[in-house]
Design a protein around this ligand. Structure first.
Ligand code: PMP
Ligand code: GLN
Length: 387
């Protein structure tokens, strides 16, 4: 028989699914795949339930429910002072994943170069390749995840079509500073490129830091697409409601891709997310504060056991260096070992690198109930003889 598509047939299964399956098999505490174990805000779910009963359940408009599109624009003004015309500049997608696909497919012609910062979220590279783009990698490395400015500058060139930026960055936990964003913005302008900004963790930022959209930098309003996700902002990862904000020149073509990718996403979940985006400041503050508290206690516990834990500024992930624990093997072997022997599952950080990446770091998701995090620390402490 003729072979199936070579791009996809040559890919393995995503590391998140692989580790989640292994965790289930070994009844391990799953701190690998990033999803909260709570059920999301009750009022947002109640709104969804009410809407499911009272409102139409047929296809919503292709660009998204108008209430949600307007709410996305109001949210952008409220948090970042961005002036957004929701009729022209906002599209609702099936999660941030589809938003990324639509933006990449809408921007990239075969042969265009796309700059990807490693560590990179797992869907970026296959999507760039699917669009015919040529990836140019620039590596950030733990523990400081500094932006390597000269390498980034060298990666830009006449063929650069776009850069994909994820801030707050999964798995690094890095929140790009305004100064770093200004540096990137200057390169984008100089090379007449676009930016696709994955900002799904925009509200998960700690220690009084602020998330800054690249779109707010000089010259970037007309060159960037900003992507958000209700999955992260409302701890409802299964809902798959995402949104793109972009100038019409970018959004119109991304919409052409969206119409043939998914066309729409569940209308009443969209309506409930519209309600959610209008919640009080206290909701957004408490979300970050609660995660910051979990981060602090989990990081302290890991440090007591002997992990070296660099600070995490945003997202719900932290990275831990296990080289002080005497394990003989790389991060993939370590994750398998922890899952099958200690009963706790992280994700190997090397999975986020296409090139040779760090080999002694693992990522833990701390968006879990306190007792689950405590039980994981307890298992790890016993395993490493610290109990
Ligand atoms: N981007 C990043 C950086 C992520 O971590 C995730 C994980 N969910 C996504 C995009 C996908 O978001 P969604 O579930 O809304 O598709
Ligand atoms: N974004 C999640 C993570 O980084 C995983 C989402 C998925 O499994 N596709 O863990």
């Amino acid at each position: 028989m003729k072979p199936t598509n070579t791009l996809f047939s040559s890919l393995g299964t995503t590391i998140f699914t692989v580790m989640s399956q292994l965790a289930v098999e070994h009844q391990s505490i799953n701190l690998g795949q990033g999803f909260p174990d709570g059920n999301g805000p009750a009022d947002v779910r109640t709104m969804a339930a009410t809407f499911l009963e009272d409102r139409p359940n047929q296809y919503p408009p292709m660009m998204g429910d108008p209430d949600l599109r307007e709410a996305v624009a109001v949210h952008a003004q409220r948090f970042y002072g961005l002036d957004v015309d929701w009729r022209q500049e906002v599209m609702v997608t099936c999660g941030a994943t589809e938003a990324l696909a639509a933006c990449l497919l809408g921007l990239i012609n075969p042969g265009d170069e796309v700059i990807l910062l490693e560590p990179l979220y797992d869907c970026y590279l296959p999507m760039v390749r699917l669009a015919g783009g040529v990836p140019k990698f620039v590596q950030l490395k733990p523990p400081h995840w500094e932006l390597p400015r000269s390498e980034l500058t060298a990666a830009f060139g006449a063929k650069t079509k776009a850069i994909l930026i994820n801030s707050p960055m999964n798995p690094a936990g890095k929140v790009f500073t305004e100064e770093e964003l200004a540096f990137i913005a200057e390169l984008i302008t100089r090379y007449d490129a676009y930016a696709i900004c994955d900002e799904v963790y925009e509200h998960l930022v700690f220690d009084g830091r602020k998330h800054h959209p690249l779109m707010c930098q000089p010259g970037m309003r007309g060159r960037s697409a900003r992507i958000g996700s209700a999955g992260k902002t409302f701890s409802l990862t299964g809902w798959k409601v995402g949104y793109v904000t972009a100038p019409p020149a970018i959004l119109h073509t991304a919409a052409k891709a969206h119409q043939f990718l998914t066309f729409t996403t569940a209308p009443n979940l969209q309506r409930a997310v519209a309600y959610g985006l209008g919640k009080d400041d206290s909701y957004f503050r408490d979300l970050a504060d609660d995660l910051q508290r979990k981060r602090d206690s989990f990081a302290a516990g890991l440090s007591r056991i002997g992990f070296d834990v660099p600070p995490t500024q945003g997202t719900y992930f932290l990275n831990a260096d296990f080289s002080g624990l005497g394990f003989d093997g790389d991060d993939v072997a370590f994750c398998h070992h922890l899952t099958t022997v200690a009963g706790v599952t992280p994700i190997p950080v090397s999975a986020f690198y296409e090139g040779a990446g760090p080999r002694t770091f693992v990522r833990f998701a701390f968006c879990k109930e306190d007792d689950v995090l405590a039980a994981a620390l307890d298992r790890l402490a016993r395993h490493f003889g610290k109990k």
